[in-house]
Design a protein around this ligand. Structure first.
Ligand code: ATP
Ligand code: MG
Ligand code: MG
Length: 551
């Protein structure tokens, strides 16, 4: 036997398989369809699907849809798309907690018949008062000693829709003095006359998470029900229901620490607030830490999975540095994204020794380290654009770009030397005049005067205009929602800058929506999946070449 080197969940599963407690691992990812998935969910997905994959088991996708008023089909669709995009496939059909409502209800009647559950009529305030506190035992509800027959009658009438919302609940009869508050006669069913996206108006009562989750796991034959640490105190209740019901299989719950990321909020409620208050342009705004937002930002599934591996799986809640995610994104894109040129702040350069009739096509590799990605054509003529930041009339030796009277190489093209500037009425430089040095495509100048550096450029005739959205972190505070920080007051006012007259090379115009590139010397960009077209190109900044937040 080899000794385990994995995380605590891998160790548990290895032991369960070795001892024969289970013969096949079955996990599940159980999102509530009340919002889009975020980077924290990616961790849970990679844990659940990853463990099933590693041990040759299955993972189910189950919508935990017991709260109809906050749930919607839009979220159900988006969640499936996101899980698949991350590279995982669930076993069998998508499952719904709501498809087990009949069975759950039958089990509620069973508990009533066993004397293990009762219908309580305390209102919410009274129930809170009777519940006691952490240091003080609760008191029994005056409805606790009803007969099984009376409880069954009341439960059936609840189910028939006879009573108004909030007037009665079904509770388990456990122990009002239990040190664990979750065991003080927890609620199993509430009356809520709400339309449900899956079951329509069939149910005027809905089960609580606690009453539903473990039983759903048992129905599906889940072996390892993995959730986050906040459910640790619910585990005794999870086990209590399984102990008191005639379930066919016996799942076990395990908890791991939630993934929180710095400069980010990971709570569907808060993300929804950003959407509802139009701070961002929807759930898939490239600044959102949602899977849909990260995808639209140009982040790859591989980078997200790599990040989830890097942060590890432990029994403690922690905050992962968002720079780790950004490094994973850069590493992946550096290796895989083709190179291309885009001038964000165009300054025209006229090559005065090139004839106006010249329209050349230069050839450049799509990726210097990946010849298999092929080549691209770069139009070249008398007029081109460089970035305004790449020219100065005078500069010291540290400035390795174009300077009046000096030389620079145009990436994948020739060396040029600037000799003049043209100004507008306001005295601003609007054109640089330069000469192309002969025979310098792919070789140094014959006169031995070497260029100072390499800059990117785009042909003024062959290039096209594009909109480029420069995104930055949505929050300027490293912990925007922790402690008593108000996350809405921590927004980065510069999280989006739109450049609407960037100039791009032809390869970028004809790219498909969703295609990713490294813009030479600028960063990683993606053709926007919704708005990009060859006629009207739109690119989103995924991430800069270097971390500018490091301090
Ligand atoms: P939120 O507060 O964002 O609504 P949630 O836990 O209520 O999160 P669910 O839809 O219930 O969201 O989550 C589905 C699964 O993903 C659960 O098992 C949950 O524990 C897990 N999960 C949610 N957020 C995180 C996170 N930040 N890190 C790890 N796992 C998470
Ligand atoms: Mg939840
Ligand atoms: Mg939630």
């Amino acid at each position: 036997h080899s000794k385990s080197t994995g995380n605590f969940l891998q160790t548990i599963i290895e032991e369960d398989l070795a001892s024969g407690r289970v013969d096949r691992v079955v996990t599940r990812f159980p999102p509530e369809p009340n919002g889009y998935l975020h980077i924290g969910h990616a961790k849970s997905i990679s844990v659940n699907f990853g463990l099933a994959e590693q041990f040759g088991g299955h993972c189910h996708l189950r919508f935990d849809d017991t709260n109809p008023e906050k749930e919607a089909q839009e979220y159900i669709d988006a969640i499936q798309e996101d899980v698949r995009w991350l590279g995982y496939e669930w076993q069998g059909d998508v499952r719904y907690a709501s498809s087990y409502f009949e069975q759950l209800y039958a089990w509620a009647e069973y508990l009533v018949e066993q004397g293990d559950a009762y219908v309580c009529e305390l209102d919410a305030d009274q129930a809170r008062e009777f519940r006691g506190t952490l240091t003080e035992a609760g008191r029994n509800s005056p409805y606790r000693e009803r007969s099984a027959a009376e409880n069954l009658d009341l439960l059936r009438r609840m189910r028939q829709g006879e009573f108004a919302d909030g007037t009665r609940v079904l509770r388990a009869k456990i122990d009002m003095a239990h040190p664990n508050m979750n065991m003080r006669d927890p609620i199993l069913y509430r009356i809520r006359k709400r339309h449900h996206h899956q079951t329509g108006d069939a149910w005027p009562i809905y089960p609580t998470y606690d009453f539903a989750h473990g039983q759903e796991d048992a129905i599906e034959g889940i072996t390892h029900s993995i959730c986050t640490l906040e459910f640790e105190d619910h585990r005794p209740l999870y086990d209590w229901f399984l102990d008191h019901l005639p379930v066919k299989s016996r799942p076990r719950q395990y908890e791991f620490g939630r993934l929180n990321t710095s400069y980010t909020v990971t709570s569907k409620r808060k993300l929804k607030q950003l959407v509802d208050e139009e701070v961002v342009d929807g759930w898939d705004d490239p600044r959102m830490p949602t899977i849909a937002g990260l995808r639209r930002r140009g982040v790859t599934p591989a980078a997200i999975r790599r990040f989830c591996d890097m942060v590890g799986t432990s029994r403690a809640n922690g905050v992962a540095d968002v720079a780790m995610l950004e490094h994973a994104i850069r590493d992946d894109l550096n290796e895989n994204a083709p190179r291309a040129m885009c001038v964000l702040d165009p300054l025209k350069v006229i090559l005065t020794n090139i004839d106006d009739s010249v329209n050349d096509l230069l050839i450049a590799p799509r990726h210097p380290g990946k010849p298999e990605l092929g080549e691209r054509q770069l139009p070249f003529s008398r007029e081109l654009y460089i970035d305004a930041a790449d020219f100065r009339e005078e500069a010291n030796k540290k400035y390795k770009r174009l300077v009046l009277g000096k030389r620079v190489r145009l990436r994948s093209a020739c060396v040029i030397e600037a000799h003049d500037v043209v100004r507008n009425a306001a005295g601003e430089i609007v054109e640089v005049h330069a000469t192309a040095i002969a025979n310098t495509v792919g070789s140094d100048p014959e006169d031995g005067v070497k260029p100072k550096g390499v800059i990117h450029w785009v042909c003024a005739r062959g290039g096209s205009r594009a909109t480029v959205r420069l995104y930055d972190r949505l929050f300027r505070h490293p912990a925007p929602d922790r402690g008593d920080t108000d996350f809405m007051a921590q927004l980065n006012p510069d999280s989006l800058r739109i450049v609407d007259c960037a100039i791009i090379e032809p390869a970028l115009a004809v790219a498909s929506p969703g295609e990713r590139f490294q813009f030479e010397r600028e960063g990683y960009f993606v053709a926007d999946s919704m708005e990009h077209s060859a006629d009207s190109p739109v690119y989103n900044l995924t991430i800069g070449l270097r971390d500018v937040w490091e301090n």
